[in-house]
Every structure is written in C-alpha cells, then in structure tokens.
Design a protein around this ligand. Structure first.
Ligand SMILES: C[S@@+](CC[C@H](N)C(=O)[O-])C[C@H]1O[C@@H](n2cnc3c(N)ncnc32)[C@H](O)[C@@H]1O
Length: 245
C-alpha cells in the first residue's frame, strides 16, 4: 500500500502542483478551504523551527517560510521534493519516511502536516515520531478529510441528487481515482471516527487545543459558486491543533 501511494505521488506531483495554481477544484480545496485554517491554527511561526511532515511540493513550506519560520520538509516522494526545493529555496527538504523521522528528539517547535495522516491505517508510528521530535509544549497542527464527509455518498433518484449516509463506525479504506493527463491511480485513505482520532491523540501524549471544520468564507461564493454550495453545508476537511504535554 505504501509503495502504491508513493508511486502515485511521484507520478502526479507535477500535475497537482500545477492544478493548485490554476482556477480549479484543487485550488479551491487547498487555498480556500484548507490552507487558511491550517495557517490560522498554526499561529505565529516567526523564528520557530517548523517541520512540514509529508510536505509534498512545498506550498505550505513556502507560506510558513514567508511568515518567518525555519522550515524543514520531509516527504517520501522524490518528485515532490524536487518541486519543493524550487518552491521554497530557503527551506531544507529530505526524501524520507514520516514513520522513521531522521531528526533528533526535541528538535522542533511546531510539526505541521497537511493531508498526510489519513493515508495511514495505523497512526501509532507517526504520532510517536511527532511526539519525539517536538519540544515540550511544542505544537502539532494537521489536517485530514473530515470524518463526516467520508461517510457521505451521492446518489441520483428520479432526476434528483440525494446524499446517503454510510456506516460511520466502519473504519474502512476509501479509494479515490486520481488522474493526470496520461494515467489514473487508485489512492487510498482510511476513515476513522472522531472518537478514534481523539483517543489516539490523547494516548500519544497530546492535549487538544483547537479544531476547525473548514467552512468556506462567504468571500469564496462569487469566485467558486459551485464548490461553495457543495461545501457550505458539508465539511470536507478538518484541522486539529495539539500540544505535546
Ligand atoms: C495529500 S499529499 C499532501 C502534500 C502536502 N502536505 C500538501 O498539502 O500539499 C500527501 C503527501 O504525503 C506524502 N506521504 C505519504 N506517505 C508518506 C510516507 N510514508 N512518508 C513520507 N511522505 C509520505 C505523499 O508523498 C504526499 O506528498
């Protein structure tokens, strides 16, 4: 599974990086719906040592560096790291596995991670690593798909579209088809309930400081009317802010 995800990101890195800069659904999801909440919960990063865990093509690393953070990014997709080095030249980047971080203990003030944990069925290794590399009272901010959104599917009946609620407690794999101009890839993530996520975080020594369901701002309605309507009633993403105790 890990290799399948790595292969997909290596092949799709350039395509998705391009899409998030154009007027596209990807741009709406990342730049309107998710990133502003991630940055809001991360707060002041000036002169802070920040680890961008699963940094992808370095877009968040660039935002954080512009706000004065000393950013280190890590991702196991070599192609993504090539893009990240161009995107945020002052940051340091490593091609490596987020489950085996090549950093000393108590090294970072903040660990930031956008849409990475959801790829893992078992969060124990990552949460142990995040806890290890964070300083005491260090901050961990991460985003995932919203567990509420994960259990909704759409069906059409008699020409009308309906939302169907599936089994919330079935912590299953969910597959999505991701495409570039040439190929399509099945990329998986794991549905977890809010209860499971909260218990995992508490059991790994974190205190919950804040949480966002990523509701789009009214200002997005004019530019992205369709996406705004789709997400104003249903939370697509969520952002969690924790402190290492
Ligand atoms: C949805 S992308 C998010 C990228 C970036 N954080 C962003 O928001 O643009 C998930 C990222 O996690 C990385 N990833 C997945 N599994 C990983 C692993 N085991 N070790 C390191 N990176 C991993 C992927 O290569 C990909 O770049």
């Amino acid at each position: 599974m890990k290799n399948q995800i790595k292969k997909a990101y290596d092949e799709l890195a350039g395509h998705y990086h391009k899409l998030r800069k154009e007027e596209s659904n990807v741009k709406f999801y990342k730049e309107i719906l998710e990133t502003p909440f991630l940055l809001k919960l991360t707060g002041n990063v000036k002169n802070k040592k920040v680890l961008d865990l699963g940094c992808g093509p370095g877009v968040h690393a660039k935002f954080l560096a512009k706000r004065g953070a000393k950013v280190t990014g890590i991702d196991n997709s070599k192609e993504s790291i090539i893009l990240a080095r161009k995107e945020s030249p002052k940051s340091k980047f490593f091609v490596d596995d987020v489950e085996k971080l090549p950093f000393k203990s108590n090294e970072f003030d903040i660990v930031f991670s956008a849409m990475v944990l959801g790829h893992f069925k078992n969060w124990n290794k990552i949460l142990n690593q995040v806890n290890r590399v964070l300083k005491k009272n260090g901050i961990f901010v991460f985003s995932t798909y919203n567990p509420f959104k994960e259990i909704l599917t759409k069906i059409k009946w008699r020409g009308k579209e309906f939302r169907v609620i599936e089994d919330y407690f079935d912590e299953r794999l969910i597959y999505a088809d991701w495409k570039n101009e040439k190929k399509s890839f099945k990329v998986s993530h794991h549905h977890k309930t809010y209860g499971t996520i909260i218990k995992l975080l508490i059991n790994h020594g974190f205190e919950l400081l804040d949480y966002e369901d990523c509701k789009p701002p009214k200002s997005a309605k004019q530019k992205y009317p369709k996406k705004y309507e789709e997400t104003i009633n249903v939370p697509n993403f969520c952002v969690w802010k924790l402190r290492k105790k």
